[in-house]
Design a protein around this ligand. Structure first.
Ligand code: PLP
Length: 380
């Protein structure tokens, strides 16, 4: 049966396999899956099954995580920009671990979530990341040391440090540098031992370019932890998003129109674009691999655009596609399981949110969900 496009097809077997791979690469590390990457209930159930907890950024994400039956103790609230009401709701639900990066947020946590553990997020070098945070989160080493000290005075538990080296980070040294910074903060804070070090997300996947294998990142992490914390290393945690779900997803689209414009360029319009879930094509940060049934025909450059009336709804300004491509042809965007359905507009130009179809190639089951069943508000 041919399914109407656009839709995201997700193979849960791949999600499970990535989780196994990650746990083997970082043995003993706690895994908090970053719900924002793909909040489909089937994905959350698969990662919970695999023993992971959740990194949530909003009450909506917390509800989704807890709906899997997850213990609130396996949830980390990792968005340091949140309202007092968000903190109260998380605390009431039993969440006891929060990432923070400011004195303002620490005061709110002390009032609304007394006794909770806090991980102080360090600002780190994001060079090598395709989608950096650009200074939006994290504090300096001096501030981090001060916040760890203040946490105890305010009746919170200084649980440790966290960082995020930027998503789709291709430089293993980014983690080594951040771990060294965490060790310096531990000394500056006068802690005899850092209890927990959260390595964040950022582990990359293959889009158009190959990326180093996970083993290289894990090796750099292991070496840095041993070198920087030789006597009593911290417990480790991580918050993977993209790594667990991207390669599990294929976004099925269709060509709506091919036009040769007055500027001499060929424009290929798909039935999915920037607002239908392909937000990470902004600035061409993420270059999805494209597959069509006409691959192998003579090819030529084209502008690839989405279907809406918005001038920014352009995916790639110059991409090579079969010259024979025409309206009605299917186009597949590969490794599209992360940050697509969760970014899809609820109805820009009257277009529905991206449908997600989950299959388990082992269990051979299918289920449909829509992005709008997963309220977002996630910061990235
Ligand atoms: C706090 C936090 N943790 C984890 C992640 C997941 O990162 P990634 O998808 O690069 O693994 C994000 C993504 O933006 C994030 O904001």
């Amino acid at each position: 049966m041919s399914v109407a496009t656009p839709y995201l097809e997700l193979d849960l077997t791949v999600v499970r396999a990535r989780l196994v791979e990650l746990r083997a690469a970082l043995p003993g590390a706690r895994v908090f899956y970053a719900v924002k990457a793909n909040p489909a209930p089937e994905v959350l159930a698969a990662v919970a099954d695999g023993g992971a907890g959740f990194d949530v950024a909003s009450p909506g994400e917390l509800d989704l995580a807890l709906a899997t039956g997850a213990d609130p103790g396996a949830v980390c609230h990792a968005n340091p920009v949140r309202t007092p009401a968000d903190v109260s709701a998380a605390h009431a639900a039993g969440v006891a671990l929060f990432v923070t990066d400011s004195g303002e947020d620490l005061a709110v946590l002390a009032e609304r979530a007394p006794g909770s553990g806090v991980l102080v997020r360090l600002a780190v070098d994001e060079q090598g990341s395709a989608t950096p945070f650009g200074g939006k989160f994290g504090c300096s080493r001096a501030e981090a040391a001060a916040l760890l000290g203040r946490a105890g005075e305010l009746g919170l538990r200084a649980a440790g440090l966290s960082f995020h080296v930027g998503s789709q980070q291709t430089r293993p040294a980014a983690w080594a540098e951040a771990i060294a910074a965490a060790a310096a903060v531990t000394s500056a804070a006068g802690l005899p031992r850092l209890p927990l070090l959260d390595l964040g997300g950022g582990f990359p996947v293959r889009y158009r370019e190959p990326v180093p294998p996970l083993a290289q990142f894990a090796g750099a992490i292991r070496q840095a932890v041993h070198g920087c914390f030789p006597h009593d290393p911290p417990e480790l945690a991580c918050e993977p998003g993209r790594f667990l779900v991207a390669e599990a997803g294929v976004l099925h689209a269709e060509v709506v129109r091919v036009s040769h414009r007055h500027d001499g360029r060929r424009w290929v319009y798909l039935d999915v674009g920037r607002y239908g879930g392909l937000a990470e094509t902004e600035g061409e940060a993420i270059g999805y691999r494209l597959r069509t049934a006409r691959d192998g025909d003579p090819s030529a450059t084209a502008v690839l655009a989405g279907p809406t009336c918005d001038g920014d709804d352009v995916l790639y300004r110059e991409v090579v596609l079969p010259a024979t491509l025409r309206a009605g042809d299917r186009v597949e965007l590969l490794a599209a399981g992360a940050y697509t359905a969760s970014y899809a507009s609820v109805g820009f130009n009257g277009l529905p949110p991206l449908t997600v179809r989950c299959a388990d190639t082992h269990a051979d089951t299918h289920a449909d969900t829509h992005a709008d069943t997963a309220p977002m508000g996630a910061a990235r």
